[in-house]
Design a binder for this molecule. Structure first.
Ligand code: ASP
Length: 446
């Protein structure tokens, strides 16, 4: 495994940030696994817990219960039925762990604040805030209220002062527990990140303390090469770059919160996705740069729901402003464009159906009026598949293998876009071919 030299090596500590997702901390039994993981490595000094997630498929996340409590309070209805569930969830964990921690006053205060008209963000943040008290007690860590150190500016963006504040507050030699998901807004009120935002907190803390690594503990042994609903035996990815992960996530693979990469990326701090239930698995390492070695393709992701507009006009390449006039038509309708592959005398415009709605006919008219094309075609029902791997467009033969595998599976490729990042090739296929195409590509490269 290659973990590249980091630009800020002089600041780098040996410390690790360990963030635990909702299912990792859903029950007392799970929390004992967390304790074993933390105790196994003294460098795991910064712990970022989520609120308790689903203990099983029928269960409800504490965060969802808290949003519900807020909704009831906002309608002036009693929150007691929901609040009792939340209380029982926390108190049973404390009981099962045999901790001497009296959460009653904290729970009562949160209830009264929500009943008194607190914001939805405040209500939701209590999942992490209260759970953090349990985790801190269990791990003998110092509790740091995230609202004390993580702040947002007026526009709702993370205030850069956050990093210094965390560093200063957590400067001692011991363990610290910083609950995920929330901080404090410019108005002084509690403010959360978007859903799943504890991932972002972990990343922010990792940046602040110049962590050697950001461990993100979840319930799978890393990012899989492709969707296991399509390829049941999909292998985990050992190593992937931030950029490659971004490409896969854009195409529908969901692992980390979208924004979680940014705070660590500038310092090239690796993110290690690990499985709380299988702590010996190495998981996936998300790094700044990797040596592609034999693994040219790291992952394959696909999504349905696209329409392709095909525009043909002889000598279009000589016409100044042709592309712009076509794209203006889309802009005029307020439609974001996903891809624009071009050829000689042809261009395609790929848009997501949820953007397009029922405006395809109107767009065709507008394109005709704008550029007088020889023809305009509309192909709905397309799926896009991204085959992702750094440097793959350079690696001789990769594209050949990709298209040969699709041909063998009798998949008709309707569109190809290689982008300029040199780290993916996107193909458009009919939606009914999506699963077959992904399987074919996986079998070729896995
Ligand atoms: N508990 C929050 C949520 O459910 C944040 C998180 O788990 O990351 O969205």
């Amino acid at each position: 495994m290659t973990v590249t030299a980091r630009p800020h090596d002089s600041h780098v500590s040996q410390d690790k940030v360990a963030k635990f997702g909702g299912t990792s901390v859903a029950t007392a039994a799970q929390l004992l696994k967390v304790k074993a993981i933390i105790d196994a490595d003294p460098k795991r000094r910064f712990i970022v817990p989520s609120a308790p997630g689903k203990a099983d498929a029928k269960d409800t996340k504490v965060t969802d219960l808290l949003y519900l409590a807020h909704q009831l309070a906002a309608k002036g209805q009693p929150i007691a039925p929901v609040w009792d569930k939340i209380t029982e969830r926390f108190l049973s964990i404390v009981r099962d762990l045999k901790l001497t921690l009296d959460l009653k006053p904290v729970l009562d205060q949160a209830k009264a604040t929500i009943e008194g008209g607190a914001t939805a963000d405040y209500a939701a943040s209590r999942g992490e805030a209260i759970h953090g008290l349990i985790v801190a007690a269990l791990l003998n860590a110092e509790y740091v209220d995230a609202a004390e150190v993580i702040t947002f500016d007026r526009a709702g963006r993370l205030d850069p002062a956050t990093f210094a504040a965390i560093k200063k507050r957590c400067a001692g030699p011991g363990r610290y527990c910083i609950p995920g998901f929330y901080g404090r807004g410019a108005d002084g009120q509690v403010k959360t990140f978007s859903r799943g935002g504890s991932d972002v907190t972990g990343s922010v803390v990792a940046n602040a303390v110049d962590a050697a690594i950001y461990e993100n503990w979840t319930d799978v042994s890393g990012v899989l090469m492709t969707d296991p609903r399509i390829v049941a035996e999909a292998k985990p990815i050992a190593e992937i770059t931030y950029g490659e992960l971004r490409e896969l996530s854009y195409m529908g693979a969901s692992v980390l919160h979208e924004e979680a990469v940014f705070p660590v990326r500038g310092k090239a701090i690796p993110i290690n996705i690990r499985n709380t239930n299988r702590p010996d698995d190495a998981g996936t390492m998300i790094v700044d740069r990797r040596d592609p070695g034999s693994q040219v393709v790291v992952g394959i992701a696909g999504t349905k729901g696209f329409t392709v507009f095909g525009i043909e006009k002889a000598l279009m390449n000589g016409e100044v402003g042709f592309l712009r006039r076509v794209l203006d038509a889309f802009e005029h309708h307020g439609i974001a464009v996903e891809h624009v592959p071009t050829g000689i005398d042809t261009m395609s415009v790929v848009v997501a159906d949820k953007q397009l709605g029922t405006r395809a006919d109107a767009l065709v008219e507008d394109i005709r009026a704008a550029v007088q094309p020889d023809s305009v075609s509309v192909t709905p029902g397309m799926a896009l598949i991204a085959t992702v791997g750094q440097g793959m467009s350079n690696a001789t033969g990769t594209a050949g293998r990709l298209f040969a595998s699709l041909a063998r599976a009798r998949v008709n490729v309707r569109m190809i876009d290689q982008g300029s990042s040199e780290q993916n090739i996107i193909v458009g296929v009919e939606e009914s071919d999506l699963a077959g195409a992904i399987r074919a590509i996986y079998n070729e490269f896995a």
